[in-house]
Design a protein around this ligand. Sequence first.
Ligand code: SF4
Length: 335
Amino acid sequence: MTDFALLISDWYRLNARELPWRSTKNAYFIWLSEVILQQTRVDQGMKYYLNLIENYPNLKQLADADEESILKLWQGLGYYSRARNLHKTAQQVRDEYQGEFPKTYSEIIQLKGIGPYTAAAISSFAFDLPHAVVDGNVYRILSRYYGIDEPIDSTQGKKTFQALADSLIPSSDPALFNQAIMEFGAMQCIPNNPNCESCVLNQSCFSAFNSELIKKLPIKKGKTKVRKRYFHYLHIENKHEIALDQRTGKDVWEKLYEFPMIESTDESIPLIFADSAQLIYQTKHILSHQHIYAFFYTSDKSEIAGLDFKFVEKSHFEDYPIHRLMEKYLESNSK
Ligand code: SF4
């Protein structure tokens, strides 16, 4: 085992947080936790994880559930395509593997929506196979520790880091190494101002105590362009009903519900509700590649020419999965 692997494994034994998905070999639970944690912090993801395994204690139950119920449990977690893909993959495992997760890396990586990172995580954590995980934490530690300035968002860079991680992972207890390197990135070699003074790698780390280098690494080639969008929502309700619409098409929040909406190219009120609506709330909602400028209007009209929507019973409103922007508006409205 390399010094690097030894040091971070020892560090992990002393410093690891106790997390429910770390004490299981159940591939389904491990997979769920990995999907949740892809774009979510541990403290935020925990209750979603516990809630999902309580509602769907095994993969077959998740596969058999209807998509809307899964989206409802996912509500607030964001990146909803994760929930839809989770459902599709569960159905694939149910149909092709009798509901049991396949046990080899090559079969796992063939599953829909599972990439190299998740396949390596499941293979090592559930089946003790020596496949190295490479996520944002791993890029950060390896680039700083070994002083690698290849961009992590280039094909060559990805190959370099994966090959390096694969050469470091020991065949005995590969799961421990993978857990250790990710935890080390989350707790010790953090993105801003890591404490090199207290770091067990500081004697051999290329970037130790060099704050300029630490700031620079890991290197990213290009920043993703941010798209500006303008959403105008109409809140219409009467005594018993409220107007609601389901999002369709390949776009943000696919299949979630929201108020009837017009997307336009700027912030001025769309002509079709100009004479009947009143602006009561506006906000800027930031997603990873989009900034959504949202405007909420109320109206007492029950139909607006040119805008399709339906009314649902207010008493059933809670059953519909809605996105975070809708939640933000409803919270502001209830104050
Ligand atoms: S010495 Fe500093 S830069 Fe190097 S691994 Fe430790 S915390 Fe990260």
